[in-house]
Design a protein around this ligand. Structure first.
Ligand SMILES: [Cu+2]
Length: 476
């Protein structure tokens, strides 16, 4: 069954039949299915991951309810520059959803857009039916309809939410926000900032360019804008007392732009990637945030200003400025970092001896100049091969980029660790849910299958995903 056929089938069978159809769809996937047998000899590898982060969470009984209305609105991205956008509750980013670990999150999404939509909770390990991918684990939410998401996050950290329907258009128009899960046992910072970094492609008259999925963008590195914003504003200036302890949670919400923030005036200490605490402090300077990635850094505000600029491809866009307004002197700049870190995180060498269970070739599926389809192993999403793995198992994959474009690959539902690049052992010291694979590069990862269900795996350059670059991982 093709994807459109499956979607219309869902509409026909109605509520009672949806679970059964999804189940059947899950068994077969859009195309064929390949099962990876569980290697029962991998107890050391399973134990290594199990010691580092939990399979489940104990719900505290506290429920946090949020209402999100997705609708067209206007955003003043700079003085006098008003852009028509689509937003949650009238702002881009949408409201920051800040909850405590153990809270149950309920989000009522009201779709007042002219298109169907959905929300994906990027990096949050949610029950499969709450993951928000139309055609995989939920129906698209039609205009005028609503949907209730409910989940209890399993991990504290920096996550984000965004539309997962026609993402190349809907994310570009502004449908994203942050969800921060706070562990009450972690230190409290004087400033805990979220910076959602995005770019916009504006026409000469200041309006949003509406040529989504342009052929040039699909065949190259996606849609790169000409205006970079942080929290919907160009280069915000934040006043902070000297001596205050600052945590910055950076999120790359752009469709395609890779961002490598460089701090001038302070040395940012990296503490977490993709929401999850690192094994130990690392250099947070110039860290490459591909679309979807998050980076948490911390530092003590110095006496002078801090300037943060993007430096991935030399364009040098200003991201933000921190200006000391007076002396707070609550912390000694030489006091070091407060983050708890995660010393239990295994070293990648533990997984290096496992070999590669499955290889994904990332490439065009259409001959050059004969169309613009991207895929995994030669198949667009409509014909993709579903890979089946066992819940609780540890598996290794090679992401081999056989193309000339960048591909940040995002796994829904599970975290993974990079173990090698081009056959050389790599130990990043942190987990990920998204990894950037350069042209010609082969990135090896070890993935722990923690959550059952049918999960999307896709390129996070929205134009590539829209052109077919998505496959399925089924955890059974
Ligand atoms: Cu891609």
């Amino acid at each position: 069954m093709t994807l459109p056929q499956r979607l219309s089938a869902l509409l026909i069978v109605g509520v009672v039949g949806i679970a059964a159809v999804l189940f059947l769809a899950g068994r077969s996937g859009p195309g064929s299915s390949t099962a990876l047998a569980l290697d029962s000899g991998r107890t050391a590898e399973v134990d290594a991951f199990a010691a580092a982060y939990p399979v489940s969470v104990q719900a505290s009984g506290v429920t946090r309810e949020f209402n999100l209305v997705a609708a067209p609105s206007r955003l003043e991205v700079a003085d006098g520059l008003d852009v028509e956008v689509w937003s949650y509750n009238g702002t881009v980013p949408g409201p920051e959803l800040r909850v405590e670990l153990g809270d149950t999150v309920v989000v009522a999404l009201d779709n007042q857009l002219p298109q169907a939509t959905s929300i994906h909770w990027h990096g949050v390990r949610v029950p499969n039916a709450m993951d928000g991918v139309p055609g995989v684990n939920q129906d698209p939410i039609a205009p005028g309809e609503s949907f209730r998401y409910e989940f209890t996050p399993k991990d504290a950290g920096t996550f984000w939410f965004h539309s997962h329907n026609r993402g190349s258009e809907q994310i570009e128009r502004g449908l994203y926000g942050s969800i921060v899960v706070v562990d009450p046992n972690e230190p409290v910072y004087d400033h805990d900032l979220v910076w959602m970094i995005d770019d916009w492609l504006l026409d000469g008259d200041g309006s949003l360019n509406e040529n989504f999925n342009a052929m040039h963008d699909i065949t190259h590195n996606g849609r790169w804008g000409n205006l970079v914003t942080v929290n919907g504003t160009v280069a915000p200036d934040v006043a902070i007392h000297s001596g205050d302890r600052v945590r910055v949670r950076m999120v790359n919400a752009a469709n395609a732009r890779v961002v490598a923030p460089v701090f001038d005036g302070v040395t940012p200490v990296g503490i977490a990637v993709d929401g999850m605490l690192a094994r130990e402090p690392f250099d947070g300077q110039g860290f490459e945030l591909a679309p979807g990635n998050r980076l948490d850094v911390e530092f003590v505000m110095p006496d002078g200003p801090v300037s943060v600029a993007e430096n991935f491809n030399g364009e040098g866009y200003q991201i933000a400025t921190l200006t000391p307004d007076e002396t707070g002197a609550s912390a000694d700049p030489s006091a070091g970092v407060d983050a708890p870190f995660n010393p239990a995180l295994p070293e990648s060498a533990i997984f290096a001896g496992l070999g590669i269970d499955h290889e994904y070739s990332l490439d065009f599926t259409s001959p050059m100049m004969m169309g613009a389809d991207w895929g995994f192993n030669g198949q667009t999403f409509d014909n993709t091969d579903t890979l089946t793995v066992d819940e609780g198992g540890v598996y290794t994959f090679r992401l081999r980029n056989d193309s000339q474009a960048l591909h940040p690959i995002h796994f829904h539902g599970q975290f993974f660790m990079v173990t090698g690049i081009d056959g050389q052992l790599v130990d990043e010291g942190h987990l990920r849910d998204t990894v950037l694979v350069y042209p010609g590069q082969a990135v090896d990862i070890a993935l722990r299958a923690t959550d059952a269900g049918l999960w999307a795996v896709h390129c996070h350059i929205q134009e590539h995903a829209e052109a077919g670059m998505m496959t399925l991982l089924e955890v059974t």
